[in-house]
Ligand binder design. Structure first.
Ligand code: MG
Length: 304
C-alpha cells in the first residue's frame, strides 16, 4: 500500500497518560501520533463527551470529595455535563487490576472528562477516530445509536473537522446511519470475537454467514473504508482479503513490539496502540516515516 502508515494513540496514550483526557492527549501529541482513537458518549443534556465506559469506571473516577466510586456507578447518559465534569479521572485507582495493567501510566490529578469539542480543538493537524459508544446488549445505558451518531457529527461539523475525522463503532447502526447522512465521511467498522459471534445483534441483522463467513466482505458491503479488527483475531489471509476488497485495515489494541513488527510486516495500514512510544521505535527500526512530535501544541484547547 502506498498510503502512509497510520499510528493511532488509543484513548490518547493509555499506557503512559490518563486515558481520554486533554492532559493525556497533549502529552501524547508531544510524543507524536498521526491520530487519536477515542470514545464518545452523550451527557443527559445532550453534549458529546469523551469517555470509554458507558458508566463511570470505578478504577478511574473519583468524586468531588476525592473518594473512589463503588459500583453501581452512574451512566454518562444519566448525568449533565456539569455533573460529568465534577469527576477526577486523572489517576488509576491504586491497587486496582486496571492500575496493575498500566503500571507506567503517569497520574495527572485533576484531569476531567472532556467534551468532544474540546478534544477536536486540541491540535489543527492531528486526526481523530471517534468510537461511538453504544451497545445493543445494553440499550437502556445510552441514547439510540443514531442519536449519538448525529450528536457527534454535529460537533465535528461545527468544528470544521469532518476532513480529519473517521467514525467507528462495534455497533454498526451508528456508522451505517452516518453513511446515509454523509456518504463522504470516513468510516471504520470495528469487530472482535464477541461481536462477530453475535453479529446479528451488533450488525443489526447481518451475519458473516451472509458473506460466506467473511468479515472483510461484510465490512466491504457496508461501503468501507476501514476494517478495525481486534489484532488477536487478524490473520494474514484476512488482511490480504480486506486489501483485495479495497479496505484499509487498522488493528487494535497493539501494545507489544513483537505484535507491532509482525503486523507491520504483513502490511497493515496502521495500528491503534496504548504505547505510541513503542510503536515509533518499531517504525523507526523498520525505516518507516514517523509522525512529528508536537510538544506545546494544544495549549489553546483547554477547558473554556
Ligand atoms: Mg475505543
Amino acid at each position: 500500500m502506498s498510503r502512509r502508515f497510520d499510528l493511532q494513540g488509543h484513548r490518547g496514550a493509555r499506557g503512559l497518560f490518563p486515558e481520554n483526557t486533554l492532559e493525556g492527549f497533549r502529552a501524547a501529541l508531544a510524543i507524536g501520533v498521526d491520530a487519536f482513537e477515542l470514545d464518545v458518549g452523550l451527557s443527559a443534556d445532550g453534549v458529546p463527551v469523551v469517555h470509554h465506559d458507558l458508566a463511570l469506571n470505578p478504577a478511574i473516577a473519583r468524586g468531588p470529595d476525592g473518594a473512589w466510586l463503588t459500583p453501581p456507578t452512574p451512566t454518562l447518559h444519566s448525568m449533565t455535563l456539569a455533573e460529568i465534569g465534577s469527576w477526577d479521572v486523572g489517576r488509576l485507582r491504586p491497587g486496582s487490576a486496571y492500575a496493575a495493567t498500566f503500571p507506567d501510566q503517569q497520574p495527572m490529578d485533576g484531569a476531567r472528562i472532556p467534551t468532544l469539542a474540546e478534544v477536536l480543538a486540541l491540535d489543527p493537524e492531528v486526526r481523530f477516530t471517534l468510537e461511538l459508544k453504544t451497545d445493543p446488549t445494553r440499550p437502556d445505558a445510552t441514547v439510540p445509536a443514531t442519536v449519538l451518531a448525529e450528536a457527534a457529527l454535529a460537533v465535528v461539523e461545527q468544528a470544521g473537522a469532518s476532513g480529519r475525522v473517521m467514525f467507528e463503532s462495534f455497533d454498526w447502526r451508528g456508522p451505517r446511519h452516518l453513511r446515509r447522512l454523509r456518504p463522504a465521511l470516513k468510516l471504520a467498522w470495528l469487530t472482535n470475537a464477541q461481536t462477530v459471534a453475535e453479529a446479528a445483534l451488533w450488525w443489526d441483522g447481518k451475519r458473516p454467514e451472509d458473506f460466506g463467513g467473511s468479515v472483510p466482505r461484510a465490512v466491504a458491503a457496508e461501503g468501507g473504508n476501514v476494517w478495525a479488527p481486534a489484532h488477536e483475531d487478524l490473520t494474514e489471509a484476512a488482511l490480504a482479503e480486506a486489501h483485495a476488497l479495497g479496505l484499509g485495515v487498522l488493528p487494535w489494541t497493539v501494545n507489544q513490539p513483537e505484535d507491532m513488527r509482525r503486523l507491520i510486516g504483513w502490511g497493515v495500514d496502521g495500528l491503534i496502540t496504548d504505547f505510541p512510544d513503542r510503536a515509533r521505535d518499531v517504525l523507526r527500526a523498520a525505516g518507516m516515516p514517523l509522525p512529528p512530535g508536537r510538544p506545546g501544541t494544544g495549549q489553546m484547547g483547554g477547558r473554556a
